[in-house]
Write a protein that binds this ligand. Structure first.
Ligand code: SAH
Length: 246
């Protein structure tokens, strides 16, 4: 049986230590996944390492683990992928968070733009972080998706100026995604920008094209995809092209 994995962000772990876990960590490990005394589990804490632990004791509301081994985790993507997503309704944002974490993205930047109907994130950051952590644990990652503060489309031009490549998904564009990706194999950091249900205004596209010298506007094909499909599909296409899916 595969060893169960858990994600406990920001908990410093060192071999030999014992930790008593409570509340949601206890709940997830003991109640949800039914781990028992003597079981081996792996805990990742966003450091890039896996920590092999043994469950030493379980009480009514605590679980004590002992850290046995620190293991290098090699499942992180070599490419640094950031997904900038215009705000969409709650459950879609959760789906995007989960799927891009599985695909290996490093960061999610939510933003507002002219046609975003949702003006503030209906998801609590805490909830999105939990979704990302569980997705990380489930797919074997040792790091989780960083979820940035909500920003504006205008501000993206500042946040993304240092990326090697920025891809703006715009359905009225004719640039071939395939060509753009094939010509950017040296890019170590890639950001993608996806609109909300309402898409982007022409002015917004012009603005980003003018401000970001590293930006390429791309088409995702003849069909108009829903925002969540576009975010997941483009993340997958970038990862595929960079050999992260082989
Ligand atoms: N403006 C459109 C729909 C937006 S789709 C309308 O109202 O009909 C949501 C987002 O997904 C878009 O802003 C874009 O970033 C991305 N997207 C969807 N289909 C796309 C395509 N065929 N090519 C490029 N981007 C696409």
């Amino acid at each position: 049986m595969q060893i169960k994995r858990f994600f406990i962000n920001k908990l410093a772990l060192n071999v030999g230590e014992r930790h008593e876990l409570v509340k949601e960590d206890y709940n997830y490990i003991v109640v949800v996944t039914r781990a028992r005394v003597g079981d081996s589990i792996i805990i990742a804490n966003n450091t890039g390492y896996d920590f092999l632990c043994i469950i030493k004791e379980i009480t009514k509301n605590t679980v004590t683990i002992e850290i046995k081994e620190k293991l290098q985790n090699n499942k992180e993507a070599k490419l640094n992928l950031t997904v900038c997503q215009a705000l969409v309704k709650g459950d879609k944002f959760e789906l995007i968070t989960q799927k891009i974490t599985e695909l290996g993205a490093a960061e999610l930047i939510p933003f507002t733009s002219t046609f975003t109907v949702v003006k503030e994130n209906t998801n609590k950051t805490e909830r999105l972080n939990k979704i990302a952590e569980q997705a990380s644990a489930q797919c074997g990652r040792a790091k989780t998706l960083k979820i940035a503060e909500i920003t504006t489309l205008k501000n993206l031009s500042k946040l993304l100026s240092n990326y090697d490549l920025v891809l703006l998904a715009y359905e009225q564009n004719k640039n071939s995604l395939k060509e753009v990706l094939q010509n950017s194999h040296s890019a170590k950091s890639v950001a993608i920008i996806i609109g909300s249900e309402g898409g982007f205004s022409k002015e917004e596209v012009d603005y980003l094209e003018k401000e970001l010298k590293n930006l390429k506007t791309v088409s995702l094909g003849a069909r108009i995809l829903r925002a969540e499909t576009a975010a997941i599909a483009l993340s997958a296409a970038v990862m595929y092209e960079r050999g992260e899916m082989s």
